[in-house]
Design a protein around this ligand. Structure first.
Ligand code: ZN
Ligand code: ZN
Length: 352
């Protein structure tokens, strides 16, 4: 975690802030290494304070490095307020209006909160080697669970049962699901965020299978669409359109590419095939400590890709009442190229 406080300090200088109060737990974890459920930190020039309560003092001693740990005995907000001076940033995208009001009551003279949400999220976009290794390991674990699932077959099983079994397998292998797995067969596949239900997967259907694992705090995210036997000509055609759109978008992923431009590459392929109206979501998103984070590959995204960012590339076509197709890879942005962390094949896989 060393160095992350320094990078935040540099951003504070740009914003002319004297310090930053970080209360969003994932951001606190990112900066300090703390994985408990009550913690905050205050960062500023020469200041690295991590605050928690007595339940976590021991955990903090084991996890938090490079930050001075302060155990707040009773009045949590008061304990934080005592440490804040001058114009300090706070996470207005996270702190409730009520908490902010209470904090203000406890602040000393001259201390003034300034809305500065999103600063740590900006730092989190670019991953260091250790983070990249954790994401890659999570992606590998998920790939293993897909293979395990496919060996057991899909047809004749309920979507929900397949999803729950895959999640259980992720846990058996030492991870956690990074989100509830989506298994959506036939017409259910046309709902991009379908909840797996009791519906039995039939033969000759397309099955959208979206899953991710979490290892050491870092997430993976990926989707494949499988066929349980011959799905018909239209399904095959749509699958190939999505596959070409995904390949074209991947080829456009490199440092310096605009999120909006990469999205447009995939969208154009789908539009030209006549399915433009049926690709109703963004092309991709960043993945790290959270399964959805910055940057965004989307229409109207201002984000520009940087080396070390981890993003998904996931075009889809959804035909209501018929079927859906989505193919999602997880990639690391690099100079002039990218590294794909998803190991599963992308030609249409037939599964029993
Ligand atoms: Zn995704
Ligand atoms: Zn996904």
């Amino acid at each position: 975690m060393r160095g992350r406080g320094d990078r935040l300090e540099a951003l504070l200088a740009e914003r002319e802030l004297e310090g930053m109060l970080v209360t969003e737990l994932t951001n606190v974890r990112y900066l300090t290494g703390f994985t408990g459920t009550n913690g905050a930190c205050v960062c500023g020039p020469g200041l690295r304070l991590f605050l928690t309560d007595f339940r976590y003092t021991e955990r903090a001693a084991a996890e938090v490095e490079g930050w001075e740990t302060v155990t707040v005995a009773k009045d949590w907000l008061g304990g934080i307020a005592e440490r804040l001076r001058g114009q300090f940033g706070f996470e207005d995208d996270q702190m409730s209006v009520r908490t902010l009001a209470k904090l203000k009551e406890k602040l000393g003279d001259g201390a003034e909160p300034v809305a500065a949400g999103g600063l740590v999220q900006r730092l989190r976009r670019v991953k260091d080697e250790e983070e990249l290794a954790a994401v890659a390991a999570a992606a590998e674990l998920a790939d293993e669970v897909w293979r395990w699932t496919l060996e057991r077959g899909l047809a004749g099983r309920a979507e929900r049962e397949v999803a729950r079994a895959a999640e259980a397998r992720i846990r058996e292998l030492g991870g956690d699901p990074s989100f509830p797995a989506i298994v959506a067969a036939g017409p259910n596949g046309a709902l991009p965020h379908a909840e797996p239900g009791e519906r039995e997967i039939c033969r000759g259907e397309l099955v959208v299978f979206d899953m991710g694992a979490k290892l050491d705090g870092y997430c993976s995210d990926g989707t494949r669409t499988f066929a349980t036997g011959e799905p018909g000509e239209k399904a095959r055609e749509v699958y190939e359109v999505v596959r070409s759109a995904q390949a074209a978008a991947l080829a456009a992923i490199e440092a310096g590419a605009k999120g909006e431009a990469v999205d447009a590459v995939a969208r154009r392929v789908i539009e030209e095939a006549g399915y433009g109206e049926r690709f109703g979501h963004a092309l991709g998103h960043g993945v790290g400590l959270e399964v959805h984070e910055e940057p965004k590959l989307a229409q109207r995204s201002d984000d520009v890709l940087e080396p070390g960012e981890v993003v998904t590339v996931e075009p889809g076509i959804y035909l209501p009442g018929e079927f859906g197709v989505r193919i999602e890879d997880l990639v690391v942005v690099a100079a002039g190229t990218h590294r794909n962390l998803s190991g599963l094949p992308k030609d249409l896989q037939f599964v029993d």
